[in-house]
Design a protein around this ligand. Structure first.
Ligand SMILES: *Cc1c(COP(=O)(O)O)cnc(C)c1O
Length: 475
């Protein structure tokens, strides 16, 4: 009887916003005692997912926010597929291997085997971890064979590292040695990196598309310096390239540039398929120069899925839809199609870079645009008499729907406040003009202020403003 009443309370005739549920807070701690209708559940969940901005106006993220409707359909159709069920979906495992082959060849792999050595990840984070662990395992094996201790591994990276490397260091207890970036050295200095190496160094990690600045570390110079150092010392310190962004830019826009497997000591490279690989999140890739650099200790075999399945990765089950998305993009766009999209992103970035550089308050951090993103800061003389900061500009732009983050640079440069723009597939010259006009209008308004803003006062008195470090950037 009780049950019947309850059903009448929220029954088939109840409208969603006429229901009891809409008068209550959504569950926070406990699972609700009773079910509700799918319409109401849908509405409650949906209403908590309002974006604070239009995804395509979010110029903070590197992650794909636009795919065409066929790609979207393919991925939606595959939403229920678990990648690890290789026996149920054997062709998806093959499709994944094809993607690895294609990427390995874009990076000039010398590997002759039909299937190149690589792995799928949820993003660059997992791919970086796998590259790092492989380097650690190889180092350990060599040390053990020499009867030497293996308890103090380290790796070398610039202070412009993405947060994943801090996780890698913490989770596997591998010391992270950072080469500071300075106003003179905007990217990893090869000599300083070498000076931090020793017998316990598992690898050096240059970055292509430094998250903080958009610049590329010079992998070739590092490779050459390392070659000399390895010859001198007898060590075999390799390079893992974190090419989260650059991995899908360089092959198309700078094919002549040697940053990849053409270099002797580059043994592994990782990238984010969901950044300039042009796929919705989450997909990442790691490729080794040859199977022999992927330690057996990282391949796990299970036999309970109906066949022996060998797998490299931190996750076991994972969505397969992203593989379909990646393979679709390769087929749909081809080399020329990727090149055209990355070219346009670069052209629009260069245009924005040049226009922002002309605005009175601003100075670009670097004259170079190497990836489709750049940062700028406030001119010193402007900073001295101004009443506002880039944080205020960030807030103003947000009112127009734009997400353009302001943040401080890493250690040794932490006093420098910058603003960053990331241009992705789906951003046009017309949108760039709208953004520039909104920036100009915001600056004109901020310039009229009679009194300094709270963020300005805080900076002047050296107070750390809560929440000023923009978390969306991954730091
Ligand atoms: C984005 C990024 C990562 C992390 O990648 P996810 O795909 O978000 O996991 C790692 N390194 C660099 C340089 C990045 O830009």
């Amino acid at each position: 009887m009780k049950q019947k009443e309850d059903l009448q309370e929220t029954g088939v005739t109840t409208s969603v916003f006429g229901s009891q549920e809409m008068l209550k807070s959504a569950p926070t701690d406990k699972i609700p005692q009773k079910p509700t209708t799918p319409e109401i559940a849908y509405q409650m969940v949906k209403d908590e997912t309002y974006a604070q901005t239009q995804p395509r106006l979010n110029l903070a993220t590197f992650v794909t926010t636009y795919m065409d409707s066929y790609a979207t359909k393919l991925m939606n159709d595959a939403i229920a597929i678990n990648y690890i069920d290789e026996t149920e979906y054997p062709r998806i495992a093959v499709m994944c291997a094809k993607c690895i082959n294609i990427i390995a060849n874009l990076w000039n792999t010398p590997e002759k085997a039909k299937w190149k050595a690589g792995a799928l990840g949820i993003g660059s984070s997992e791919a970086c971890m796998l590259g790092g662990v492989a380097a650690w395992q190889r180092w350990k094996k060599r040390r053990q064979a020499e009867g030497k201790p293996c308890d103090k591994p380290n790796f070398v990276i610039s202070s412009g590292y993405q947060v994943v490397w801090e996780k890698f260091a913490q989770l596997w207890q591998i010391e992270m040695r950072t080469v500071p970036l300075t106003t003179e050295k905007l990217t990893l200095c090869p000599q300083e990196a070498i000076a931090m190496c020793d017998e316990n160094t598992i690898c050096v990690v240059p970055i292509q598309g430094v998250t903080w600045t958009g610049l590329n570390d010079d992998v070739k110079a590092l490779n050459d310096a390392l070659d000399e150092y390895n010859k001198k010392t007898g060590y075999e310190i390799p390079i893992h390239v974190d090419a989260a962004s650059g991995g899908f830019i360089l092959p198309f826009l700078e094919p002549q540039k040697e940053w990849d497997f053409r270099l002797k000591w580059v043994l592994s490279i990782s990238t984010s398929g969901h950044k300039y690989g042009l796929v919705y999140p989450g997909v990442g890739w790691v490729v080794w120069k040859d199977k022999k650099y992927l330690p057996d200790s990282m391949s796990f075999s299970v036999n309970y899925l109906g066949a022996d399945v060998t797998q490299v990765g931190l996750n076991f089950s994972r969505p397969a839809a992203q593989i379909l998305g990646q393979y679709y993009q390769f087929i749909r766009l081809g080399f020329e199609g990727y090149k055209a999209i990355q070219h346009n992103s670069m052209e629009i970035t260069k245009y924005l870079h040049s226009e922002i550089g002309k605005m009175k308050p601003f100075r670009n951090y670097s004259d170079e645009v190497t990836n489709p993103l750049f940062i700028w800061e406030m001119k010193e003389e402007y900073m001295k008499r101004g009443k506002w900061t880039l944080y205020d500009l960030q807030d103003k732009l947000k009112q127009n729907g734009w997400m353009v983050p302001a943040y401080t640079l890493p250690a040794k440069l932490e006093k420098t406040i910058v603003m960053r723009l990331v241009v992705r597939n789906g951003f046009s010259r017309d949108m760039a003009d709208q953004l520039l006009s909104d920036i100009a209008a915001a600056v004109a308004e901020l310039d009229k202020l009679q009194y300094p803003t709270p963020s300005r006062i805080a900076i002047e008195s050296n107070i750390k403003v809560k929440g000023t470090v923009y978390t969306h950037t991954g730091k």
